[in-house]
Design a protein around this ligand. Structure first.
Ligand SMILES: [Cu+2]
Length: 350
């Protein structure tokens, strides 16, 4: 089949089989950053510049264990560096938010790595990145929950803390869920790695050693080829050991965003979160429910774009999401585009 028809076929089957997912955004100290959206940005001739890596994950799918020795496992299929970065501080906690709904059947560990780009991450050769593990949660035999269950309970989000003593630099965060529902069979685990660029500032000098992405796992590791349907689960989280001082998981909670910001793009005039032309509105509106918090965001832009929606209006920009299961954002498309339902989980302004 042609590439196009292959993609369409996989999109169709993905909608039928399961939602799977990708990271839609992250929230850092109340500021929300959009991630690369493989299900819409890929089709956008002029996609937004984001800190997330671009991937051929149009089906919201996964990397299979037989490919754990290939470059696809580093930052998902055909991953290429994000065009920008977000600036944070060592010690910050980052809430990584997945698309709703992560399927409850897709039980497994949640693991986070960092790798120093030793230069701009926007142009880094991913094969040179050396990953060190900053958290890695598997099965909690006390609560009898998987890390993926905790993620689902917290609005499909995972809270990860950057080591407080980390040396300043440009880093890629590699966040992943490994789904184990089929992992009792060879090549049955499903890896969903997601990469994002960060400029991390700090006064520390910790520069942990790491391993190449292609050396993180093999298809027969005890935590990859693993039957989760046993009564006494003893799950070994796969991959290298946590760096000294790291914990398998910090206490999880939902983060609330009070505004959005764009990634900082190299050579651009600076982050669009710069003060000066900030539009403010009434404080954030947050509904605290255990299942799905809704958050009203104040969008911060450096200059009004000609295609910008009316101030305060709930209008989605062209190529943005306008509907789908669990989606709570704007459903009205900017003039010149209409909302098209791609599958039960995603509708897009096209
Ligand atoms: Cu699935």
């Amino acid at each position: 089949m042609s590439k196009t028809s292959t993609l369409l076929a996989s999109l169709a089957s993905a909608a039928l089989v399961a939602a799977h997912g990708h990271v839609s955004h992250v929230i850092i100290n109340g500021v929300q950053y959009k991630n690369y959206d493989p299900t819409s940005d890929f089709y956008n001739p002029n996609p937004p510049s984001v800190f997330g890596w671009a991937t051929l994950q149009q089906d919201n799918g996964f990397v299979e264990p037989n490919n754990f020795g290939t470059a696809d496992v580093i930052c998902h299929k055909s991953g290429t560096p994000g065009k920008g970065s977000a600036t944070i501080n060592a010690g910050d906690k980052i809430s990584i938010v997945w698309t709703p709904e992560w399927p409850d059947s897709h039980i497994g560990p949640v693991i986070d790595y960092l790798a120093n780009c030793n230069g701009p991450c926007e142009t880094v050769d991913k094969s040179t990145l050396k990953w060190f593990k900053i958290d890695g949660a598997g099965y909690n035999s006390v609560t009898k929950t998987w890390a993926s269950d905790d993620l689902r309970k917290n609005g499909n989000s995972w809270l990860v803390q950057i080591p407080a003593d980390l040396k300043s630099g440009n880093y890629v965060l590699r966040h992943e869920i490994i789904a184990l529902h089929g992992a009792g069979s060879p090549n049955g685990a499903q890896d969903y790695p997601q990469c994002m660029n960060f400029r991390i500032n700090g006064s520390g000098n910790n520069s942990p050693a790491g391993v190449a992405g292609t050396s993180l796992y093999t298809a027969t590791d005890p935590g990859i080829l693993f039957n989760p349907y046993v009564s006494n689960i003893q799950y070994p989280v796969p991959g290298p050991a946590l760096i000294p001082g790291a914990v398998s998981s910090i206490p999880q909670s939902i983060s609330v965003a009070t505004r959005t910001a764009s990634a900082t793009i190299p050579g651009a005039a600076g982050p669009t979160s710069a003060a000066g032309t900030t539009t403010t509105a009434a404080g954030p509106v947050t509904t605290s429910t255990s299942a799905k918090p809704t958050t009203t965001l104040v969008t911060v832009t450096s200059a009004p774009a000609t295609t910008a929606p009316p101030a305060g209006g709930a209008t989605q920009t062209k190529w943005g999401q306008c509907g789908g299961s669990g989606y709570a954002g704007p459903t009205v498309c900017a003039s010149g585009s209409t909302c098209s339902v791609l599958n039960p989980y995603y509708a897009q302004c096209v």
